[in-house]
Design a protein around this ligand. Sequence first.
Ligand code: B12
Length: 456
Amino acid sequence: MAGRYPSSLLVGAERCTVVQYNNLKRHRYSRMYSLIIITGLLAFASSKPCETGSNSELLLSLKKILLHSLEEQEGLPNPSVHLALRLSDSHNLAMESVHLNKLKSHLHNDLRNSLSNSQPVVGLLALYTMALKSSCFDLNTITFTVGDKSETLQTHLKKQMELEKEHIAFSHRPLTNYYQYSLGVLALCVSGIRVNNHVSNKLIKAVEHEHFKHGEAESIDTYAMAGMALQCVKESGSHAHNDAEVDTALTKIKQKLLASRRNDGHMGNEFSTGLAVQALLAMGSQVAECAASMEAMRIDARSNTYHNPMAVSQILPALQQKSYLAVKSKECQNEDDSLVLEPADPTMVLPSQTKVALNVEVVASNGAAALYSVDVPQGSSLLEALELLKGKSVGFMFETESSLWGPFLSAVNGEQARQSDRRYWHLSSNDAALSEGINDFKIESAQKITIKNTTY
Ligand code: B12
């Protein structure tokens, strides 16, 4: 599966680093390698961390990562990447326009199929809505025909939110998750649709009862998304009767985000910090208050922590001191069209000669554990390592599902960990939870990976 696109980005004149792009895939994968070398970016010189001008080279290189990812997408076009490019202050309008058309055809068809099969897709519908709105596209002209009924995108989004809300009333959890529920509220709000008070109340209650979890840990990403959603609702004035409740929830979210700030400036982890900064800015924090977190992200970006376009798409608005709320007032006139993408030089990346020993422990839902061993080239992704193990025919098998973040490990040794059962295959290395998935995590040294069927 996973089309991986090892590619390279130079941030700082003296070095050339391999960055791996993850592609959006659906239900199948094929592998291919290419190396893209972008040379000539000047060394990053940041003396005033919060001033846009001082980090313009870094921002430029991040935008180019996103543009390259558009070219290399084999699967569905990514609405989050589109949104980040549209919220940027410089553009490649031709490439954005081609991508918009892909969203309106490929992603649209995929969403229609999901809606026809009654699958909950509120997060993707919301991102699609915001991507279209960020391109100033008339949302009223977008319709889905499901069965013999044709309804607008916004009507479908509202209906999905009603289903989610009813599910929360019934089982205290959304059909999808609170991150997607927040995205739904945000998308309705930024596109000027009044959010039903009952819908926003469910989000407010979830904040109050601290229901935002990622596995066993608190989900800072979800607090951030809920913060942006509720801030938008507050500003729209549509929640007038319960203004105090919205304020209480926003205050709590802000506390949660600030309390999650580590000494190195990250809020939550490397991958939630961008959304957390976006949320704080949306809620009225001054840029200076976020300086340490922004600097942490810039250090990450320079050391290639963000080698997944999805991660870049979530930090880029924050580094440009913007949040997803900016979609609401987005105008598409007189845009700077100066972003030029140099052609990439494809090169093969050869596997390392050095092998490292990997132990893989699989813990099934009944607690039964199986241990496997395999030697893999140093620097292999966990996905490549699992493929090698599978090829050894020692009884290890696995399957993945595509997502915006790349391949999600869905079944191991014939056992599914299904969202409908609130289960997933949790990944850890030497007992520490992985902060990346199977396509992005690299095996640099001998270790034990545990893959455990876990409830959440
Ligand atoms: C909800 C959520 C989950 C839920 C998903 C099920 C559910 N309840 O819906 C659960 C708890 C199962 C989960 C698991 C994991 N997650 Co998670 N998850 C999220 C969260 C908060 C929202 C995702 C979402 O709904 N997006 C909206 C929809 C529209 O996009 P989507 O792509 O269609 O959504 C699906 C995928 O994102 C997928 N998914 C969820 N997490 C991950 C992680 C990876 C690596 C992949 C490939 C897919 C994936 O599940 C979503 C629902 O189907 C994000 C936060 C964020 N900033 O994006 C983190 C996030 C994506 N997860 C993350 C991680 C690390 C993981 C795990 C690898 C943790 C672990 N150590 O096991 C596992 C995945 C292991 C595997 N089997 O492959 C990181 C990814 C960072 C990175 N660079 O890759 C994020 C960004 C959180 C963070 N800040 O660290 N996750």
